[in-house]
Write a protein that binds this ligand. Structure first.
Ligand code: MG
Length: 232
């Protein structure tokens, strides 16, 4: 029986991915790292440090220091804040309302550590994600696609992973949820096609948060047998 929903933030609760991608692309261009803007959609869910080091390894063959990573991530966060604040994702409030009205405990599971969105959650989704039900980049040793973020999310909800659905728009997020043993639900809110999310382990993929909201009852009726085992 499903008791909790572990919900990603960027590209799931907020339509923020185009702005993150733009901010990353601007930063990388300034420090001489070549990466197409679309690459950031595929890397979505990784912590800032992991994103920076993946690209640094590719371009320069070496990782950057922790201090340098922090400075670069702060610069990227500043660029993100310079743009107009992203909208709440269409349909996201309905999804959260439908879940909460059925007594499902919601937990935020994000690779982000950016306060500009984290600080909006209580206004935009009142009561859904109190501070003690959030997993951010600051709370994990290993970010998505490692299973740690969603395992920690289930623990914060006080339930087992197989009693959770996980909602994420990115392949690495879906993979993390799947590896954690939750029922991973993909939602296509950007350029990533459904089959990529299915390949990452999504049990179901919806075309929008609105479509997901229409199917909440059906989703909650699924049981753990819908979860394909993950083999390490
Ligand atoms: Mg996301």
């Amino acid at each position: 029986m499903i008791k909790a929903a572990l919900v990603d933030m960027d590209g799931t609760l907020y339509d923020s991915m185009p702005l993150h991608s733009k901010a990353w692309h601007r930063l990388m261009g300034e420090i001489g790292i070549h990466a197409p803007e679309d690459e950031f959609f595929l890397d979505e869910g990784m912590t800032g440090e992991a994103t920076i080091n993946k690209l640094a390894m590719k371009e320069w063959g070496k990782a950057v220091s922790k201090e340098e990573c922090e400075a670069l991530y702060a610069r990227k966060a500043r660029y993100f804040r310079e743009y107009d604040a992203p909208e709440v994702m269409r349909g996201a409030k309905r999804v959260i309302d439908e879940l909460m009205s059925r007594g499902i405990v919601c937990v935020l599971v994000t690779g982000s550590g950016q306060n500009s969105l984290l600080n909006r959650l209580e206004d935009d989704f009142p009561g859904a994600f109190p501070p003690d039900r959030r997993v951010t980049s600051r709370d994990v040793k290993n970010g998505k696609p490692h299973p740690e973020p969603f395992m920690r999310g289930a623990a914060l909800a006080g339930v087992r992973p197989e009693e959770c659905i996980a909602i994420d728009n990115a392949p690495l997020g879906v993979e993390s949820a799947h590896r954690a043993g939750t029922m991973a639900i993909g939602v296509c809110t950007g350029p990533i096609p459904a089959d990529v999310l299915k390949a990452a382990g999504a049990v179901k993929v919806y075309g929008s948060m609105d479509e997901l909201a229409d199917h909440v009852d059906e989703l909650l009726a699924e049981d753990a047998r819908a979860v394909r085992p993950y083999f390490l």
